[in-house]
Design a protein. Structure first.
Length: 356
């Protein structure tokens, strides 16, 4: 090799990728992963793949259910406010809440964290949130990927993706085939905006000249950014309890992007519709702020945001009170939201008035 061949002496770090920082991050998050340990899981990080012993969970005829998701442009608020400890909870909740809709118990979770330059404190805070989300969901954090990619992201920014696998007994997969007119629709209170609609939220803040670091107009105890970054509520354990402790749950619908209007029909057969009583909706003040400053009409709100309802259950009328009791015993605010009706002109028929 000539001197000319050696003159640059470049390393991977010179190109912007710090392997040592990545190794430090793995060491730092190993205790976080350990804290999510559950039956069947090997949570020792560092191997090429995570292990899970499906036989250990004791199901007789398990069907695996998988979901993946991200946090979307809500991350932009985390960058601007320098609040990074809650978006990891969002990441897990967006995946795990989708699994429980099919009656599945979350088993394990994998995360993908990508950034231009790895900042250990930020990454550790995000992954601490992911671990907390896994604890809330009852899933083990058995692995993930941290990708440092110079030039791919603006300074101080990152992206997240999550992958969750659960299992359900074949005979207990939801929705059931017998949903019919007369079944009761229950709503579970949300924590706020959750993780959908933030491109519109950010646009509203921009055109109304409001900073995410200002005190929220609808809550003087926190900034606008803190209020909007409230993590997506985890409905897994409460809904699994309702499924297991009653014989009344026929279907669940996770109310994400598309709101009630788009998500509830996904679990209904073509020959029925849902009737929703808007008088029962009690949206948080943040939704009034969104509607007022964005000039957004009620029907657009209902097909964009959760509007105060993060999860919907369809239950047998005779067991509606029992299901609500179990849900409330597990920390939910459950309320009767409507009923299943014979097929109408719309898949979701609204009655009453949506007060914002």
């Amino acid at each position: 090799m000539t001197d000319l061949d050696r003159k640059n002496s470049l390393s991977y770090k010179d190109a912007g990728v710090d392997i040592d920082a990545g190794n430090k991050l793995v060491d730092a998050i190993k205790p976080l992963a350990k804290s999510t340990s559950r039956l069947g899981a090997d949570v020792d990080l560092g191997g090429f793949g995570g292990l899970f012993d499906l036989k250990a969970i004791g199901m007789k005829d398990p069907v695996l259910v998988a979901a993946n998701d991200g946090v979307g442009t809500k991350l932009k608020l985390a960058f601007e406010t320098n609040i990074h400890n809650s978006v990891g909870i969002d990441l897990v909740a967006m995946c795990a809440n989708d699994l429980v809709v099919q009656g599945a118990e979350p088993l394990f979770f994998l995360d993908y964290f990508a950034t231009g330059k790895l900042e250990l404190g930020v990454a550790q805070s995000v992954i601490a949130g992911i671990a907390e989300g896994c604890i809330q969901a009852g899933a083990a954090l058995i692995g993930g990927e941290t990708a440092e990619m110079p030039g791919m992201y603006s300074q101080g920014e990152y992206d997240l993706a999550g992958f969750c696998v659960g299992a359900v007994e074949r005979s207990q997969i939801l929705p059931t085939k017998d949903i019919a007119a007369g079944d009761v629709i229950l709503g579970l209170k949300s924590n706020g905006v959750h993780s959908n609609g933030f491109s519109l939220v950010r646009k509203i803040a921009e055109i109304s000249n409001q900073s995410f670091n200002e005190v929220a107009a609808f809550d003087d105890s926190q900034t606008l950014g803190e209020a909007l970054l409230a993590p997506t509520k985890m409905y897994v354990k409460s809904c699994l309890a309702a499924i297991k402790q009653t014989d009344g749950v026929k279907a669940l619908a996770h109310i994400t992007g598309g709101g009630i209007t788009e998500n509830l029909p996904r679990v209904l057969a073509d020959d029925i519709s849902a009737e929703i009583n808007l008088d029962q909706l009690k949206p948080q003040k943040v939704f009034s702020w969104i509607s007022h400053h964005g000039g957004i009409e009620a029907d657009e709100m209902l097909r964009t945001f959760n509007c105060g309802v993060g999860m919907i259950l369809v239950v047998k009328a005779a067991q509606a009170k029992d299901v609500m009791q179990v849900l409330n015993d597990h920390g939910e605010q459950a309320f009767e939201l409507g009923k299943i009706i014979d097929k109408a002109d719309e898949r979701v028929v609204y009655t009453g008035k949506f007060e914002l």
